[in-house]
Design a binder for this molecule. Sequence first.
Ligand SMILES: Nc1nc2c(c(=O)[nH]1)N[C@H]1C(S)=C(S)[C@@H](COP(=O)(O)OP(=O)(O)OC[C@H]3O[C@@H](n4cnc5c(N)ncnc54)[C@H](O)[C@@H]3O)O[C@H]1N2
Ligand code: MOO
Length: 401
Amino acid sequence: MSLMPVSEALDKLLKGVAPLEAETVPLEAANGRFLARPLASTRTQPPFAASAMDGYAIRRSDLTYGLTELDVIGEAPAGHGYSGQVGPGQAVRIFTGAPVPDGADTILIQENAERSDGRIKVLENPAKGAFVRAAGLDFSEGDILLNPPLKLDYRHLALAAAMNHAVLTVVKRPKVAILATGDELVRPGGRPGPDQIIASNHAGIAAMVEDCGGEPLDLGISPDEPKELAACVKRAITEEADILVTLGGASVGDHDLVQDVLGNEGMDLSFWRIAMRPGKPLMAGRLGKTKVLGLPGNPVSSLVCGLLFLKPLIAKMLGAPNGSATPKEAILAEAIGENDRRQDYVRAMLSEDADGRLIAAPFPKQDSSMLALLAKSGGLIVRPPFAPAEPAGAAVPVLVL
Ligand SMILES: Nc1nc2c(c(=O)[nH]1)N[C@H]1C(S)=C(S)[C@@H](COP(=O)(O)OP(=O)(O)OC[C@H]3O[C@@H](n4cnc5c(N)ncnc54)[C@H](O)[C@@H]3O)O[C@H]1N2
Ligand code: MOO
């Protein structure tokens, strides 16, 4: 049986995938979304020369010419500039954020002034221009300050707000329909019969979809029954899912119906069966406009395939640069045997040694049903096909989880 290399399968999956269309959302709803277009400022910030301190707006030349006392002629709190002119020998009481009045060029902080009867005594001379923020110090109207590809975070949203944008144009979130299959499955919180288990893959894949900017759509659990499975698949199409993820039923057993049902619905199969462990029965195709990704049922296989294939697919639909994690170099804590033809993703405990180097200790048992082991794994050691045995101390690539 021929198995497709991981990199070839990923290339096939991503080929021709373009970013989804743009939509506008309120600023408050844009956290974590991907910016669709360059964003220019509608404002100059600060829009005027502003005081950076509480104190007095003065003419620095007055002090150069020997004055040590100035008349306080008015006040400028933030939001209310002083409308007059500061003349020789004069000062204006000013507060942080207020416009520096005409005629003044320097802020004397209040700690360095002694006030009495409408006058101030200068205790320490400031440098010329001290504590004045020039207009446009931060940015100017028309400046393009945010550019795609960009996942908007708190810093970008604060900046967009300062640029006076109340709505942002972002890439539509890929809608990912998630369908679990199997008579043995019961939803979390349900009451499993004696031969049943709790469906866990859905929760993990939905969280992964959200993490990388997609919108999960729960299609529930279909029994191993072609008609019911077909009805669920049809729902994904009606709901205009960008991606349909099926969980389980991808292998060769008599009750692994997913591929047949999808085929009957008109799926164009791209690939099936990959040279990887876990995740051999991974399948991909296209059903109309919907990309289909058939993840294997074993929980660790499902999640590892999600990480390696679903995340990059969502990233590409969002116009994000690269959804594939870059492996880091780690030192093997113990020897590891030679690999067979499947690229292996070995669950490992990660730690740091005294020199700050990453240390990877593979778990001795690697069954693809062992979720508890995955949950405590810090990373996956990537072992290419036919990799030779490696001694303790060898450097290996690790995908940090
Ligand atoms: N004769 C062969 N048998 C199997 C092969 C093979 O090549 N020849 N491949 C094995 C490999 S590798 C994998 S991986 C599994 C995957 O098979 P399926 O994708 O068809 O998955 P199922 O049979 O439906 O389930 C496998 C396993 O996972 C449990 N499961 C399924 N869905 C969920 C879920 N949503 N949450 C939690 N657990 C789930 C299911 O109960 C099974 O225990 O096939 C091997 N067999
Ligand atoms: O590929 Mo399966 O995922 O080895 O258990």
